[in-house]
Every structure is written in structure tokens, then in C-alpha cells.
Design a binder for this molecule. Structure first.
Ligand code: AMP
Ligand code: ZN
Length: 113
């Protein structure tokens, strides 16, 4: 499958990983939009938020658990952070492998656009 994030998961494309277990990988965004900008993704290829099913309930919960953990490790848990999912074209999705953006390290402006 021609998916950028699947290739990152396989290690075919390099990334700066901050977390990995059997189900989830997290790595630094290549074009950070904030001092801390990390992408948290399931290893399972799910194209968009619309493609998540009840089968993925535990996986989705774990994505948020990992996000909280990384926010703590990055030192932004108390100052604050933003978790974002872009779904489909009008949501601004560019890579069609489900991911959560963890953004923090400065004061966020109002939600864009
Ligand atoms: P989205 O617009 O929600 O689909 O976000 C895709 C994100 O992937 C963007 O923030 C990109 O900067 C990021 N990105 C694209 N290619 C890479 C890469 N090779 N390594 C890390 N992040 C990437
Ligand atoms: Zn994929």
C-alpha cells in the first residue's frame, strides 16, 4: 500500500520516534506547527476518522493514553496542549492514515479558519 505513514511504521522512511509499542507509533512532525508537534498513529492502517469502527474502541482509547503520556514527557501537560485530527479534504487531511497531532509549547491561538 502506498501510504507514507505505513512506510514510517515499517522503517522504510525515517522518523524521529518518541514512542512505539505493538499497536501505536509516535514521532515528530517533519514541519512542526508549534514548539512541540508530535503525530500519534495506530500501526493499523485506518485511512480517516470516518473509517474507525467499534472494533477500534480500545485502540482509539490507547491513542489518547499515549498522547497524555507524551504530553507529560514533553513537559507540556500542565502548561497545556492541543490534540487535533484532520478528517478528509475540508478538514485539512493530507496523509490518509489516521493520526492525532499533539501540539504545544506556546499559547495557542483560536481554532484556525
Ligand atoms: P494532516 O494534514 O492532518 O494529514 O497532517 C499530516 C502531517 O504529516 C503534516 O503536519 C506534515 O507536516 C506531516 N508529515 C508529512 N510527511 C512527514 C514525514 N515524512 N515525517 C513526519 N511528518 C510528516
Ligand atoms: Zn497507512
Amino acid at each position: 500500500m502506498d501510504c507514507l505513514f505505513c512506510k514510517i511504521i515499517e522503517g522504510a522512511i525515517p522518523s524521529k520516534k518518541v514512542f512505539e509499542n505493538e499497536r501505536i507509533v509516535a514521532f515528530h512532525d517533519i514541519a512542526p506547527a508549534a514548539p512541540v508537534h508530535i503525530l500519534i498513529i495506530p500501526k493499523k492502517h485506518i485511512a480517516t476518522m470516518n473509517d474507525v469502527t467499534e472494533e477500534d474502541d480500545a485502540l482509539m482509547a490507547e491513542l489518547f493514553t499515549v498522547a497524555r503520556q507524551i504530553a507529560k514527557e514533553q513537559g507540556i501537560a500542565d502548561t497545556g496542549y492541543r490534540l487535533v485530527n484532520n478528517c478528509n479534504d475540508e478538514g485539512g487531511q493530507v496523509v490518509y492514515h489516521l493520526h492525532i497531532h499533539l501540539l504545544g509549547g506556546h499559547k495557542m491561538k483560536a481554532l484556525a479558519d
